[in-house]
Design a binder for this molecule. Structure first.
Ligand SMILES: CC(C)(COP(=O)(O)OP(=O)(O)OC[C@H]1O[C@@H](n2cnc3c(N)ncnc32)[C@H](O)[C@@H]1OP(=O)(O)O)[C@@H](O)C(=O)NCCC(=O)NCCS
Length: 172
């Protein structure tokens, strides 16, 4: 079935709540985790869910569930980190497998970062997709991130691979 293109009003960003654990489980497949170091254990998902339940601090750390037509279809968030010693934000995203390629990711991330901009206490937000992840690099390109380089990075713990270094100027 062809679906009409997504626009911002079609999506709602909901604060992370108890439904988030089900979302993490639904997205924990080898295909979905192909560029993220493989599937996670139940313990890791519980730990992640518990942490995300506390990520309700606009301007500092937020993790939200993406809702479309009453269904939870993905997640996105940002958190404080540092790049080469300078405080910054990092961002990430995931959309459930059956819903890829319709603009959900780019629209939701654009909405969230638009919300962050007036509150931002750091100049840049960074994203680090692996170079072979077309959807994730596509989101960065579409939202006007600048590709500043590629570096070996450890994600998840113990797994080293090249990652693109994209950054978006939140003051622009
Ligand atoms: C990355 C991810 C969130 C993208 O979400 P999505 O809703 O499919 O992305 P969108 O539909 O908004 O696409 C954003 C851009 O990327 C492009 N894109 C998306 N999937 C693509 C694919 N498989 N091949 C080529 N380009 C792709 C789109 O064309 C779009 O650009 P355009 O509008 O200029 O054409 C989704 O693929 C996903 O959940 N992947 C698994 C988890 C993951 O890897 N997360 C990121 C970790 S860094």
């Amino acid at each position: 079935m062809m679906r009409r293109p997504i626009s911002a009003p079609d999506l709602r960003l909901l604060p992370w709540d108890e439904r988030g654990l089900g979302l993490l489980k639904a997205m924990n497949t080898p295909e979905q985790k192909r560029y993220l170091g493989g599937i996670e254990t139940a313990e890791k998902m519980d730990e992640r869910h518990g942490r995300y339940l506390t990520y309700h601090r606009p301007g500092e750390t937020e993790m939200v569930m993406i809702e479309r037509d009453g269904a939870i279809v993905g997640s996105t968030g940002y958190w404080e980190s540092a790049w080469r010693g300078t405080p910054a934000y990092e961002t990430g995203w995931e959309v459930v497998a059956g819903q890829h390629g319709q603009g959900i990711g780019a629209t939701a991330v654009g909405q969230l970062l638009g919300r962050l901009k007036p509150l931002a206490r750091h100049d840049y937000v960074y994203a680090f997709p692996t170079p072979d992840n077309p959807g994730s690099n596509g989101i960065c390109r579409k939202l006007g991130f600048e590709l500043t380089g590629v570096e070996e990075a450890e994600y998840p713990k113990g797994v080293w691979s090249p990652h693109n270094i994209w950054r978006l100027n939140l003051r622009a």
